[in-house]
Design a protein around this ligand. Structure first.
Ligand SMILES: [Zn+2]
Length: 96
């Protein structure tokens, strides 16, 4: 494999990994670097990596269970959870 082809492949993995990382709420740049260095392993890592700690949370209006913001149906009572009242949203328990 020539150097130019390697750079193209590395860039492709870096971009894909960075975009996935960003869509999961993490840093595009960090995952761009990870993907560029680890290639397919970086891509696998970003697929497996869970960013749940950083997800904002809100409380179910019916049963009071704390849910992640992206959860659309309450896991306990089945209540439909649409756009929450902003006052109910709070940051996740992750490091700020
Ligand atoms: Zn509920």
């Amino acid at each position: 494999m020539t150097g130019g082809a390697y750079i193209l492949v590395a860039l492709s993995f870096a971009l894909a990994t960075g975009i996935i990382g960003r869509s999961k709420g993490s840093s595009f740049f960090i995952w761009f670097v990870v993907g560029g260095v680890l290639l397919v392993f970086g891509l696998i890592a970003v697929f497996c990596f869970r960013f749940e700690k950083d997800e904002p949370e809100r409380r179910c209006p019916r049963c009071g269970t704390v849910q992640k913001l992206y959860v659309q149906v309450c896991r306990r009572c089945g209540e439909d959870l649409y756009l929450p009242d902003p006052s109910d949203v709070r940051p996740g328990r992750g490091r700020a």
